[in-house]
Design a protein around this ligand. Structure first.
Ligand code: BGC
Length: 347
């Protein structure tokens, strides 16, 4: 389905849903000082392609809705992210939007914000162990399922498929959910002997260079007879493919990903990466901005889903995702305007 249509449908669903979310909020009290609402956006990192897009789309939409956005980025450092949140609170934001580096560590940020009556929206990644007000994300378990299903659909006619599994950052609740989705599909095939996991590891902080090291270590241990690499996002896929290039294996091994990063899309066209999962970031960012403005002004919000974060059931909004290969890259990512034809395919 076209994501724009999905957004319209989702809005309809939201408007008829029954779960009233919250009443916390300063009701725009700080806004009186500056004449408008102020939203604090605390980000894990801006060093990955996807998050720059999230920031730009979020800020543009919030401005369109009349709110100012103060942005901080913590460079994958929990202490720094807590300091960022503290500083945003001090600067008088009306609502906080947090993309946590570490979902558990940011429980403290929620406490600090709530002490000042500021509501918190968890963006894309769940803040755990806190009474987080609202969560907006994609269906992350489904992301893992799509990645693994892609591999499950390509088993050799006989014998086993030899697989390297590269998970994301252990500190990111999403990485755990992606793995959960992958396990749902892979476990029966591993148990029946159709898939052999020759190596698996978590890529610290989602860094491509860590994914490259994992792939190097896997090939050293298991040899070159690898059929597939289940990389959990395009960044780690890129790292893994670097190792494959060095081994002369690029293009011969199935490699999954996620995000439809430009580099990921270009690798799909070049044949070194096999699939990605497209998550329409503009839908996420724009809807998050809309929700953040509502939170900031103390307006009621309806959400029909919830996520158990270990402390409370956080009212949640889940957005749809799409499996993308060379065959449907044009009809999805390009048609949607997420990537341009020229950027993806060149002149
Ligand atoms: C996001 C992915 C992203 C990864 C690394 C995850 O939480 O859901 O889209 O690739 O973090 O930044």
């Amino acid at each position: 389905m076209n994501p724009r249509i999905a957004l319209v449908l989702l809005s309809c669903v939201l408007s008829i849903a029954t779960g009233l979310v919250l009443s916390r909020g300063k009701g725009g009290s700080t806004a009186k000082k500056s004449g408008g609402l102020v939203i604090g956006l605390s980000m894990d990192t801006l060093k990955e392609e996807r998050w720059i897009g999230d920031r730009d789309l979020f800020v543009a939409k919030a401005r369109e809705l009349g709110a100012e956005v103060l942005v901080e980025s913590a460079n994958s450092d929990d202490t720094r992210q807590l300091r960022d949140v503290e500083s945003l609170i001090t600067r008088g934001v009306d609502a906080l939007v947090i993309i946590p580096h570490n979902g558990a560590a940011m429980a403290r940020a929620v406490e600090m914000a709530h002490a000042e009556g500021i509501p918190v929206l968890s963006y894309d990644r769940l803040i755990t162990g806190a009474d987080t007000d609202l969560y907006i994300t994609f269906d992350n378990v489904k992301v893992g399922e799509l990645q693994a299903q892609f591999i499950a659909d390509r088993l050799p006619p006989q014998g086993k498929l030899r697989l390297i599994r590269i998970y994301g950052a252990k500190t990111d609740n999403n990485a755990v959910l992606f793995k959960q989705g992958q396990d749902n599909i892979l476990n029966p095939l591993i148990q029946s002997g159709r898939i052999e996991v020759v190596f698996e590891d978590w890529a610290e902080d989602w860094k491509p260079e860590n994914a490259k090291k994992i792939t190097n270590a896997a090939i050293t241990k298991a040899g070159q007879g690898i059929d597939a690499i289940l990389a959990s996002n395009d960044g780690t896929a890129g790292g893994a493919i670097q190792a494959l290039i060095e081994e002369g294996l690029a293009g011969k091994v199935i490699v999954t990903g996620q995000d439809a990063d430009l580099a990921g899309c270009q690798r799909i066209v070049a044949g070194t990466q096999t699939m990605t999962v497209y998550k329409p970031l503009s839908v996420l960012a724009k809807q998050a901005a809309d929700l953040a403005v509502k939170l900031a002004s103390g307006r009621p919000i309806f959400a029909k889903e919830e996520s158990d974060n270990g402390k409370v059931k956080v009212p949640s909004v889940f957005l749809p995702i799409y499996s993308v290969t060379e065959e449907n890259l044009r009809e999805t990512v390009v048609k949607d305007g997420f990537r341009s034809e020229k950027d993806v395919y060149g002149e």
